[in-house]
Unconditional design. Structure first.
Length: 94
């Protein structure tokens, strides 16, 4: 594995980091790499796994935020505002 050509894991998309990690795992599982290269691959794999974890954690936070924004409390407030507006319209018609 040529270190000069490697892109910093922080610059990779989730899919790129995952795909490279899968390739590294296959190489390590083959048992055919010399010890020094195995250690280099292992270190790269750890960095790629950390990148994948960071991207997935950020996605999870976005989902949680979206859920919080559409929580029942938010819907209740919108419903109350709508109901209040409808009541105002009825009273102005009378």
């Amino acid at each position: 594995m040529d270190k000069e050509k490697l892109i910093d894991p922080g610059q990779l998309s989730y899919e790129q980091a995952r795909d490279e990690l899968v390739q590294i795992v296959k190489m390590l599982e083959s048992g055919k790499t010399p010890l020094e290269e195995t250690l280099t691959l292992w270190e790269r794999g750890e960095a790629l796994a950390a990148r994948c974890h960071a991207v997935l954690s950020a996605a999870e936070q976005r989902i949680e935020q979206a859920r919080a924004d559409s929580s029942p409390a938010h819907e209740t407030t919108a419903c109350l505002l709508y109901t209040s507006d409808a009541a105002d319209e009825r009273s102005s018609v009378d």
